[in-house]
Write a protein that binds this ligand. Sequence first.
Ligand code: GDP
Length: 296
Amino acid sequence: MAFEGLTGRLQNVFSKLRGKGKVSEDDVNEAMREVRLALLEADVNFKVVKDFVSKVKEKSVGKEVMDSFTPGMVIIDIVNKELTDLMGGSQAKLAKSNKPPTVIMMVGLQGAGKTTTSGKLAKLLQKGNSRPLLVAADIYRPAAIKQLQVLGEQIKAPVFSLGDQTSPVEIAKQAVQHAKDNSLDYVIIDTAGRLHIDEELMEELKQIHSSVNPDEVLLVVDAMTGQDAVNVADSFNKQLELTGVVLTKLDGDSRGGAALSVKAVTGCPIKFAALGEKIDALEPFHPERMASRILG
Ligand code: GDP
């Protein structure tokens, strides 16, 4: 499971603090040194770690904390609150257009889990009694269209495809019209990915963006890739103005770096977390729950 290493290390630091009736400034400094190392080892962005530790330290060394009955517990609460804030504070909800359909563009590098996540998101929306349309706009990866069709069949959601000979921009435009004509309330566009960010990919995404004017541009990133995921998010965000990030493969042994750095580095909230290959393994991302989970 993700964050195991980080959770173990933080628990060590906190059990030492918790055991103390009185906490000195030296104790706090020592604890923060260990927190800093634990976060760096979890592949959290260097600057994010620095800011985080200095905030926690500043709040922890005050007289109020030191003189409280359980200073160790108060400091753990401070860490919990700051971790929550680091991941966006409160849940960032999916946009809903007041003029349906709500258009969601799924973007990301190949293999990040874009197609799978599109299917999962459709399923999640169906559970909320919405009617999503899946759109096969990845015409370059031969299996992508079929993969989306299989997912659509599995969850009984319509899949819009014009094969692999029509341009993705045209596919996206016609799909939105199709959704309007059929009173479908969400359009989820599965766009193409590449192994690396390249100009051609960005150009195509920008064209789709300007032709359908999406309500959401969700970047799907693989949490297992740690800081690379954050760098990918940063690059996409500079070119496309993302509205949110989906972190996939959190069921793996990702160390936590991406989850803890993405919001602080890009300003983009994490909206969903994917925790497995199954169709219902997608959940809205709750920063406070994730912080509690990390703290164990
Ligand atoms: P795309 O190229 O971005 O469309 O990626 P795919 O949707 O085809 O996913 C690539 C691989 O990652 C597939 O084998 C998926 O089953 C797998 N995958 C996607 N999301 C998750 C996840 O949350 N956890 C795990 N373990 N595997 C995932």
